[in-house]
Write a protein that binds this ligand. Sequence first.
Ligand code: FE2
Ligand code: FE2
Length: 367
Amino acid sequence: MLRPTKQFGTSSTRRSFLRSGLAAPAVIGASMAASSISTAAFAEDDGPTVGDISILRFLAAVEILETDLWEQYNEFGGIRDQEEPSGSGNKPYIDLLAQIDGDMSQYIHDNTEDEFTHFNFINEYLKSKGAKPVNLERFRTLHGSIAQGSSGKKRLTNLMNLTVDASWWGRYRSRNANPDLGDTNFANPVPGLLKGQFPAIPRTNDDTTDPKHLLAIVNTAAFHFGTIEQFGSSLYPSLAQRVSNVEVLRILLSIGPTETMHFQVWHDKVGNITKVTDPFNGLTFPDMATFQGNEDLQANLIMPEPTHFLSRSLPVCSIIRPTATRGAAAAAVRAFTDDGLFIGQPVEFFTELHELAAHADAAQRRQ
Ligand SMILES: [Fe+2]
Ligand SMILES: [Fe+2]
């Protein structure tokens, strides 16, 4: 159902305040070494630990990257307003999104705004505790799309050559398998998405001239929405297990489920895609109705099937998966990298991201 765009009486004021946090000179170009916080400042029992701060800093980085990719989707397919003013929309792309669901543009807009609030809140919280916020602006160097709708600004993430892993589809439908118990090979409704690099937004106006090609681009985006948000759904509970301070735990427990709310919406919507084969690259999307009756693939089985959790000797349980905490941050970086999101970024970008992840994965829960 369409709902009216949220109105804030102080929207522009609020936004400029929020954006100003991005440009704080103190955080630009901070090296990882310089950004480490002093142990003494966070050693009190009632405050965040060094590990808590490391986890929050990694999450801030992830949320910055999510914001950047969602902003691109909003420029082409979402709604431009006071909350998300960037870009001007791409009508052919929006029209095909609307065939999936008439509210797709609204959902894209709201997901975009949510990501912005996630990283902005975490960064401001870090500052309020005397820790350095995360700033990746020096890596905003990627040339994005030049198609109608793009703001033309430089990007942190790439959406024009993606290798989308849609195996979360089968992972959430499997009653017998859980990646945390070592299981692999989940049913993938569009295996072709893993066999190349495909655009999820129009790269130039040429991408909008052939209807089948553009439909494949829109379908790629529709699966990518779910792929991104299921990463977040796993990441927060995975990292929460090593948080010590209750307030920091509350932050993770309050943001994480919103990622799952996003995921659930995209999981539902992508079941409505139209089958197509891209005439230029052969990427094929199936008729989702043909999966009816196949428990591993049926489109409307969007609620997690119960599966093995912790031990195969315990009863099956409906859960988010994976949620193993060991190496969770590094795994998230790997998954985003494999997705193609960082194609074009320099070595320094990966060094920074890997270091943030390593600090987060070194965090230990205070006993
Ligand atoms: Fe987020
Ligand atoms: Fe998200």
